[in-house]
Ligand binder design. Structure first.
Ligand SMILES: [Zn+2]
Length: 186
């Protein structure tokens, strides 16, 4: 018995389309891969497997003879390079999935979205892996904060210059906060 993870796609025409659909289900519909315990492994020759990958919607004898959910792969390769098939009694690959490592799919700790694209590192600690969408939002937010503080710093520098120039005490009132007092430091 082998344990594999995948998202089954209904009636894909070929491998390319299957891959595209699977990615879409993860990134757009936030589908999480399911765990499958596979008992039957069907091994094909290199050419047979290539042919199967390119023509998933046609009838195959080996599918007609198989029962349950099974794995089809090229002889001598590892299980992850095969395809998980749930024919549901049909002679063709009605539901197919490309096996995924569980770790390929990450769940964003910010928005709970499942994603497979390379993660963005949270700028807050440079460790937390978040989705690229949240990464962008975070970067933008930090940029604004930075601008705000930089802008305010400039403003205070100007105030200090004026305080020194006029030997004055400048009181800046900040809404919702304590007044800021800038005195000549000369
Ligand atoms: Zn996110």
């Amino acid at each position: 018995m082998v344990k594999l993870y995948t998202i089954l796609v209904r009636k894909p025409l070929n491998y390319e389309q299957l891959l595209k659909e699977q990615k879409k289900m993860i990134t757009m519909f936030h589908t999480k891969p399911e765990e499958f315990k596979i008992e039957t492994i069907i091994e094909l020759s290199k050419d047979e497997f290539e042919d199967f990958k390119n023509n998933l919607s046609v009838d195959y004898e080996f599918i007609e003879d198989a029962e349950g959910i099974f794995l089809v792969k090229e002889k001598g390769t590892d299980n992850n390079s095969g395809l998980i098939v749930d024919a549901q009694g049909f002679p063709y690959a009605r539901y197919v999935g490309i096996p995924m490592q569980e770790c390929e799919i990450k769940k964003c700790p910010h928005c709970s979205r499942c994603f497979i694209e390379p993660p963005a590192l949270s700028r807050k600690d440079n460790k937390l892996e978040i989705c690229s969408e949240c990464g962008q939002k975070e970067a933008l937010k930090l940029l604004f904060e930075h601008q705000k503080t930089q802008g305010f710093k400039k403003f205070l520098e100007e105030a200090q210059k004026n305080a020194n120039l006029y030997n004055a005490k400048i009181i800046i009132s900040v809404p919702g906060s304590k007044d800021i007092v800038v005195e000549s430091n000369k």
